[in-house]
Design a binder for this molecule. Sequence first.
Ligand code: SER
Ligand code: ZN
Length: 506
Amino acid sequence: MESYLKAQFILSAPLPPEANNYLSDVMERANQRFFGEGGKLGKITELKVDNNNISITIDCKGKGQPHYILFRLRKFMRTEIGKKFRVGIREIKFEEYIITLPSEVPSKEIKIPFVKKIEYKSQNACIYLDPKINLDFVEKGAIERIVGLFKTKLEMQKYGAKKEHHKIVYTSEKKDISFREDPTKIMVKLGWIRRTSYRNQWIWGPEITYLANIIKKIWLDVVYKPLEFYEMLFPKYVPFDVWKKSGHLKGLYQGSGEFYFVSPPKTRDPAFWEDLCDYYVITKEIDHNLLLSKLAPPQGGLSYAQCPPFWQFVEGKTIDIKSLPFKVYDWNGPTYRYESGGAHGLERVDELHRIETLFIGTKDQVLELGQAIRDKIKYIYETVFEIEFREVIVIPWWIEQEGRHEADLAKDIGTFDYEAYIPYKGKREDNKSWEEIQNLSIIGTKYPKAFTVKISTGEELWSGCAGGSFERAITTFIAQHGVNIDDWPEMFLKYFKDFPQSLKFC
Ligand code: SER
Ligand code: ZN
């Protein structure tokens, strides 16, 4: 990598003509100090009076970063020119900043904020930064991140042509399934669910709610009571601060991370809202533009991955080792994703009801719990649900949701997905006939580090989580077993007494 920076120090007053001699001496001393003998990592190639200011050019090679040299140079010269000429350095102005690094020509144009243009020549990319970039951002590492983002985008274009990371590690016994219908259609016909006027949202009648409660009882009996998990209520409004730390803000709508943002009102003053209100009373319509003008920018969004807001409970704390492992679950309230289109059934919805299982502890505790939950999940599907499913190693959810796709994971870290066979969708050989119904992850130290959570003994804190939706569990169950209760598996029926009587329509 090579970088070239042309910049100016804006001075508080002009320098006298003899300053140029002084500046060539400074250049020599600074080069010696910053780059050493031979200047392998680069050189300040110009330092001279330019009207009332000082003009500077710096060339760097490899890891050398000209903006850091520039900041160091400012510090180096500040006192000297102050004392010598009674002149101060007011500000730094970038004029040109070009970073050259090896690159193929991408198949699709790469666009990056604060970059004016990117040229590709002789197996290199020349990134021309916008010289107006805020220096506060530069001091906080923006240029390194621009280069990183360029490399990631190039990688992603290559990755697109590769196969998705999907390795089957276990397949349950093949079952003789004769049922071939779409569960959503059947449930609609039976009056168990009905679409609302909002995209991909359903209202659940008493029968399907009863089934969801059976699933809760099964999880309590099989997983939570034996492994001693406690119930918690995780917040369902997630401030940006949480998504900054979890990494979610890095992946806004990049193939995942389809958030619902929430805007608060600018004020709750009745006078401020009166015109919108009156408009509605007269027209019976909402004036959307007027409404938008009354909203403040979002401060966060609706819960997406369910477990990230939990971390505010332990953020900045040191946990007594005696209280670990800590094992909790949350099934209070839905999570939200802005899904594509509106043509899907209950298995793909914007408002999703899920069970989130979360555990934290030492590495050994988390690995042991991960294995125990893995066994229990298989037991639920195999013995209680009696469904055909498989266990698959996939790109972990937190990596995908950050808009990344690489799977270079440390040992013991990763995500298992549990996929169920959906007969009405087609043959088993076709991956499209399998649907993810549950996942289980060992996440390692990512969340404890991001939210600064420690263990009293100084050992590393690890975490793991598992998530699955009632929507997917119920549709899969019905897709394989149908709605005739006599055909349902024995263990499941132990939890089933009778459906509640819902409304009858004429
Ligand atoms: N938090 C995990 C996910 O969003 C498990 O629910 O997939
Ligand atoms: Zn989770």
